[in-house]
Design a binder for this molecule. Structure first.
Ligand code: CTP
Length: 362
């Protein structure tokens, strides 16, 4: 329906980027990204009512549509430029021919267009490969379109690392030289730090995150944003990951904390309860990094007991006749110690109430 609508308005419609690359490689893609050679916002106004506009993004002239429970992103063909290395791209012109649009793209493998037509009421397509992307897919090569590409957008280095792992590709020899040259004097003055961090996050979340992190360290890709990182002990990193990995643990935050090179002092506590609640309130990734840096054994104790919970509340103490005040913290402090050292005796709330009755006078 989108293609029909576009064609009847004399607008060309394409798939481009990941969807075409993945299709050629035989992988499934979940995103449907469409490019039109015109303004996506203007085009969205002419669509039939069944297609709902979910959001409009004027900065890049892109639109999110909803059709039959499917999200469809429509982008406008455009030219972009980077006034400074690593900044966000600035849109120059909307609605340009694809021969111009292609110049803003990262790798040849992501620059293959697939034009969509309706012929005899049937959807048909034609691949348009302006940059020998298919050849690079076949030879498993990551190649940028021009020599200034990594300077314009150094996150392309990180995207490339992730693609290399995902598809078992490698940078071309020339790309390796371009990356090496960039990393020898990275330019961070006008860099969009948030954008770079979000790409680091993305690549450190994926399945082979351990290997990706190792590559980022050994090849010094971190230099895009961070100064030299102290020697990383990969065995210790593995240990920490084993210790902390659960649904709550964010691998990306942990690796980024390591790259930030933050120093920690061993934390001192007056009681096990204080230690427990302090560590519980720390972000897991920061605690993991703290452990990596200090190897404070208290962390191991905390991890073992991290599911600790009181079953009684202050209200229960009031019902037992205690007056709110210092006594509350004394009771919880002692109960904490008793429960931690003998958890099997505190299975129910009644066990805790009985313990309070036996150990404190209201
Ligand atoms: N793109 C780019 N430079 C970037 C980010 C994106 O040139 N820094 C272009 C590429 O042509 C890319 C397309 O925008 O194919 C879409 O980007 P994105 O959705 O981020 O990536 P995909 O290539 O679709 O890959 P993925 O499978 O990871 O979504």
């Amino acid at each position: 329906m989108i293609v029909k609508s576009a064609r009847s308005n004399n607008i060309r419609v394409f798939f481009v980027g990941g969807i075409v690359r993945d299709n050629i490689l035989g992988y499934k893609t979940s995103d449907i990204d469409i490019l039109i050679n015109g303004s996506a916002i203007e085009f969205a106004k002419k669509l039939p009512q069944e297609i709902k506009v979910k959001s409009i993004h004027p900065d890049f002239d892109t639109v999110k549509l909803l059709y039959k429970n499917e999200i469809i992103d429509i982008a406008s063909s455009r030219t972009e430029h980077y006034p400074f290395s690593g900044c966000l791209p600035v849109v120059q012109k909307i609605g340009v021919p694809i021969e111009e649009d292609v110049k803003r793209r990262d790798f040849t493998i992501n620059s293959i267009y697939c034009e969509l037509y309706i012929i005899n009421n049937k959807l048909s397509y034609k691949l348009i490969d302006l940059v020998e992307g298919i050849k690079d897919i076949n030879s498993k090569t990551l190649r940028v379109l021009h020599d200034k590409s990594y300077i314009d957008d150094p996150t392309r280095i990180l995207r490339g690392v992730e693609f290399a792992f995902r598809f078992n590709f490698d940078f071309s020899q020339h790309d390796k030289t371009l990356i090496e040259n960039y990393l020898s004097s990275p330019i961070r003055t006008n860099m969009s730090v948030d954008r770079v961090l979000s790409v680091f996050s993305k690549i450190f979340k994926n399945k082979p995150h351990k290997e990706i992190f190792k590559k980022v360290i050994l090849n010094k890709y971190y230099k895009i944003l961070f100064d030299d990182v102290q020697n990383i002990d990969f065995n210790l990193v593995d240990n920490v990951l084993d210790l902390f990995s659960d649904e709550e643990f964010k691998t990306d935050d942990f690796y980024i904390s390591l790259l930030k090179n933050q120093e920690f002092e061993i934390l001192q506590y007056n009681s096990k309860k204080e230690l427990f609640y302090n560590m519980k309130n720390m972000k897991k990734a920061v605690l993991a990094c703290y452990y990596y840096k200090t190897q404070d054994k208290n962390v191991l104790w905390f991890v073992k007991n991290k599911d600790f919970k009181f079953l009684i509340t202050g209200d229960d103490l009031i019902n037992l006749g205690f007056k709110q005040g210092k006594i509350f913290s004394q009771i919880f402090e002692k109960l904490f110690d008793a429960k931690i050292s003998n958890p099997q005796s505190f299975i129910s709330k009644e066990n805790e109430i009985d313990w309070v009755k036996n150990n404190f006078k209201s």
